[in-house]
Design a protein around this ligand. Structure first.
Ligand code: ADP
Ligand code: AMP
Length: 217
């Protein structure tokens, strides 16, 4: 079972993906995390990603798809993939369908987290992430340990993302509305999309996702 966690920036996709991979036979494929890792390596490709990411713009499809193709090819056999933050355009969705089909894989469920803009702004404003393991925190709803170390990996690198500022968040939301929302229609037409309320305690949202996945888990 491959699945997509869908929703606007800050909807809780990464947070829920981390819970799902702990509890189900799944691995997370977050294009944002892959791009941040490439950027941290200092490579030319990472610098190209950064031009778009720091402006809140979508990275061009061809660059994203190259990255996804490599990540899918190296995904552990026998585990389903949770696509997090991908696909973000209809051409990306079409391309990944073709890519997976060549490998005998298929996206069988798309779970869309619905969160209003006010909550998104509040969530992204308070988001903190561990640079080492990607664990996601929120200063009020899920605070990082007081000693500044990450509870997930014990590292000390919990930071605020540089694109989590008001100007860039506004742009990212505009990009979501302009290009990404249509991806949900693409999957709805295939009859595999389910939308659910993304507001509530982490475990409540998790249970809704589990229910939406039904027997597929
Ligand atoms: P996305 O991956 O969709 O951009 P994240 O998982 O990074 O979103 O979550 C964005 C912020 O919202 C983080 O600070 C996270 O701790 C917080 N968050 C996630 N889920 C919830 C929730 N159910 N209630 C309150 N805050 C949440
Ligand atoms: P995220 O970590 O999902 O919040 O993504 C952070 C940034 O990475 C986005 O604002 C985009 O610049 C870029 N990005 C991540 N995933 C994609 C994608 N699938 N397509 C295009 N750009 C992406």
């Amino acid at each position: 079972m491959d699945l997509v966690l869908f929703g606007p920036p800050g909807a809780g996709k990464g947070t829920q993906a981390k819970l799902l991979i702990e509890r189900m036979n799944l691995v997370q494929l977050s294009t944002g995390d892959l791009m941040r890792a490439e950027r941290a390596s200092g490579s030319d490709l990472g610098k190209r990603f950064d031009e778009y990411m720091s402006a809140g713009k979508l990275v061009p499809d061809d660059l994203v798809l190259e990255l996804v193709e490599k990540a899918v090819a190296s995904a552990p056999a026998g585990k389903g993939i949770i696509f997090d933050g991908f696909p973000r355009t209809v051409p990306q969705a079409e391309a990944v369908d073709a890519m997976l089909s060549r490998l005998g894989r298929k996206i069988t469920r798309v779970v869309a987290l619905e969160v209003a803009l006010d909550d998104i702004v509040d969530r992204i404003g308070g988001r903190r992430v561990c640079q080492d393991c990607g664990q996601v925190y929120h200063v009020r709803y899920n605070p990082p340990p007081a000693d500044g170390k990450c509870g997930g990996c014990g590292g000390g690198n919990v930071i605020q993302r540089k694109d989590d500022n008001e100007t860039v968040v506004t742009k990212r939301y505009q990009e979501y509305k302009a290009y990404t929302e249509a991806v949900l229609d693409y999957y709805s037409k295939q009859g595999i999309a389910k939308s659910l309320d993304g507001v509530g305690a982490l475990e409540e949202v998790y249970e809704r996702i589990r229910a939406a996945l039904g027997s597929q888990g």
